[in-house]
Design a protein around this ligand. Sequence first.
Ligand SMILES: [Zn+2]
Length: 247
Amino acid sequence: MGPARAAGWAGAAVAGVQLLHLAPAVSRLAVVRRYAAPAVAGRGAAGHVALTFDDGPDPESTPRFLDALDALGVRATFFLLGSMLERSPALGRDLVARGHEVGLHGWHHRTQWYPAPGRDLRELRRATEAITAACGARPLWYRPPYGVLTTGLALSARRLGLRTVLWTAWGRDWTADATPASVRRTLRPGLRGGATLLLHDADCTSAPGAWRSALGALPAVAERCRELGLALGPLRDHGLPPAVTAR
Ligand SMILES: [Zn+2]
C-alpha cells in the first residue's frame, strides 16, 4: 500500500487488520511499519523521541519506573489497563501527579477477533472512564493490546476521542532472557528523531520480572537521546495531530 492509500488513518488501520486476519504469524512490528499511517505508527517530531510504557500500573514495578524517571528528569506516557488500575488506583493518580501522561491500553489484555463493535466500545469506554476517575486526567491516546487494531477497536477509539498510536521501536523487554543490555541493543537502531519507543512497566503479559530489563535500560536510553540532541518525553510533546472524534 502506497502513501496515498495510507492517507486516512482509519483506512490504513483497517488494511493492516485485514492483513493480520490473513497472516496472523506475520511480525506485528513489520505490519505496523509497512501499513500504518505515520501518525498511527507513532512517528512524530524530528527532534523528539516519545517514551511509552504498556501494561501497568503494577504496585511492584511501576513505582520503580517513576523513581528512575524522576532521577533522569524524563516524563513518559503510560498506556494503562483498566484491570490493573482497578487494583492500584492510587498509582494512577501518582503517575499524573508526577508529570506523566496516561493513555488507554484496554480493560483486559486480549485481542477479540470476532467483530462486535458494541462490545469494543463498551470495553474502551469503561476503561477510559476508570482511568479518568482514578488518575484525574482523561486519556488522549489509545494503543490496543499486541498492537492489533481491529476495525471495531479503531472506530471505538475514535468515538471516544482517542488517537491510536502504536510504536516505531521496541526493546523486546518481555522475554525471560531480556537484560538491560539486550533492551538497549534492540532499541538502538530505531532510536532516532520522531521515534516512539515501547517498553513495559509491568509483567502481566511478560516473563515474570522481565520489567527489570526495561528499567535497567532507561539511563542508557536517556543518555543516547542526549548524545543525539533529541528530547525524550511523552506523546503530548511528540507533535502528533490531535484526535478527530467520529460522530
Ligand atoms: Zn500490552
